[in-house]
Design a protein around this ligand. Structure first.
Ligand SMILES: Cc1cc2nc3c(=O)[nH]c(=O)nc-3n(C[C@H](O)[C@H](O)[C@H](O)COP(=O)(O)OP(=O)(O)OC[C@H]3O[C@@H](n4cnc5c(N)ncnc54)[C@H](O)[C@@H]3O)c2cc1C
Length: 409
């Protein structure tokens, strides 16, 4: 049996390791554009200079040797022949497979702002090659505009501040980290970024980019007419699954790859996991999907069920936050509970006695129990601010009939 995995990151390498743990004799080949294994979550540490490229790897040095995995690095898959079971590389090579996993992650999207697309000094912040390009473009005192203040944009801003570059962040929403936080929690981070020298333009849209004769952006013009002169621009305004190379194949009959609960694509023997599958955009879920896809590729029968809620941990300037679910859109029957002291901020959305989402800033302990409650839709024993003090100790035990923990209270 020959397994081919496209992508050497959270989903792809977790899948490769899982396959090897199940089948000692099969052939495993991983092919990736990345020529170094690295964690996207730690890219800011590379850009800030805190770690080297090797220092943001997430596998041991002998990973491929130890697991007898052939790794074709620095190679791009250009198309897949689903019938002939081959993948064609940009360098002309063809790889055959019995089972294929697509774990190609996501790519950044450039919004249709005049002047932005095709500019020479526009950078994404998705992988090591992006971080290396930003590193090369950065000089002391560089003027930088970051478009988008989600986790990726703020990671880039944090890294630049560390090396003495003071970026301007442009955000369409009224607060930074708009998907993860509410106004209160976001302002705690905004203040810290501002104190470090970062500036923000909130409720603002990039309307156009001024470009010189070398295709370099020299300024971003906002919709209110303000002009932000810059030496380069980082775009962090959203991502889409990196599956364009499958256009026109039966694996991707329309805009996205659609997988079933076994992470199978519409084509037999072809699976997808991680950001490429479009089910989630976070590292732990990409790993879990890699495990599920791998087991199914080895003939096991496993469903992927972790579809319940967005979960993010944020840590800037030593202030930590955990958000599970969407804290900003409570349903019409929802109750919102808030508790705050000088160190901590907590907010929970409860609907029909069930916890829907939670935001903890400061002390984030107890995250595991809230995740369990949200995922399993377990009725709370009580609401009000008492719910911020729930612990697993209050569970009576595991009920075999329902397959869930039950409360003691
Ligand atoms: C700056 C940043 C910070 C982040 N911070 C966090 C965080 O704090 N917590 C968290 O949970 N998540 C975070 N994420 C998201 C997390 O990194 C992703 O969810 C995760 O990397 C997805 O893993 P993946 O294996 O699906 O794809 P990716 O990690 O995107 O890897 C895709 C792989 O496919 C390869 N590839 C792509 N196309 C091709 C092709 N055509 N041919 C060959 N190879 C190809 C790439 O080279 C790469 O090896 C962050 C992401 C970024 C960019």
């Amino acid at each position: 049996m020959r397994h081919l995995i496209i992508g050497a990151s959270a989903a792809g390498l977790t899948a490769a390791k899982t396959i090897r743990s199940i089948d000692r004799d099969c052939e495993i080949t991983v092919v990736s554009k990345d020529d170094k294994v690295h964690s996207r979550c730690m890219l800011h540490k590379y850009l800030s200079g805190e770690r080297t490229a090797e220092g943001i790897s997430f596998v041991p040095e002998d990973f491929f040797q130890e697991n007898r995995i052939e790794w074709i690095s620095g190679a791009e898959v250009q198309t897949v022949n689903a019938v002939g079971k081959t993948a064609a590389l940009a360098d002309g090579r063809t790889l055959s497979f019995d089972r294929l996993l697509i774990a190609t992650g996501a790519q950044y999207v450039v919004p249709p702002v005049p002047g932005l697309r095709g500019a020479a000094n526009l950078y994404g912040f998705r992988d090591l090659s992006d971080a290396e390009a930003i590193d090369r473009a950065s000089q002391p005192g560089s003027r930088v505009v970051i478009i988008g203040s989600g986790l990726v944009g703020m990671d880039a801003a944090y890294a630049l501040l560390d090396r003495g570059i003071l970026p301007v962040v442009v955000e369409m929403a009224e607060r930074i980290l708009p998907l993860q936080l509410d106004d209160n929690a976001a302002s705690a981070y905004q203040e810290r970024f501002e104190r470090a020298g970062c500036s923000f333009r909130l409720n603002a849209k990039a309307a156009s980019a001024e470009v010189d004769e070398n295709a370099n952006i020299t300024a971003i013009v906002l919709d209110d007419g303000e002009r932000l002169p810059c030496d380069y621009v980082i775009i962090a305004a959203g991502v889409k699954p990196a599956v364009g190379f499958l256009d026109g194949t039966p694996v991707k009959p329309d805009l996205l790859i659609r997988v079933d609960d076994h992470l199978r694509t519409p084509v037999e023997d072809i699976y997808a996991a991680g950001d490429a599958a479009g089910l989630s955009g976070i590292w732990p879920n990409a790993m879990k999907q890699g495990i599920t896809a791998a087991r199914n590729m080895c003939g096991e029968d496993e469903c992927y069920t972790d579809l319940y809620a967005m979960k993010n941990t944020i840590n800037f300037f030593g202030l930590t936050a955990l958000c599970i679910g969407n804290i900003n859109v409570p349903g019409p029957n929802a109750d919102v509970y808030i508790e705050e002291d000088h160190l901590n901020y907590r907010k929970a959305v409860v609907e029909d006695g069930v916890l829907k989402s939670i935001l903890l800033q400061g002390d984030i302990s107890g995250g595991g129990i809230y995740q369990y409650l949200i995922k399993n839709r377990i009725r709370l024993p009580y609401t009000g601010s008492e719910l911020f003090r729930l612990s697993f100790a209050e569970f009576y035990g595991f009920d075999e009939t329902s397959g869930k923990y039950v409360w003691q209270v």
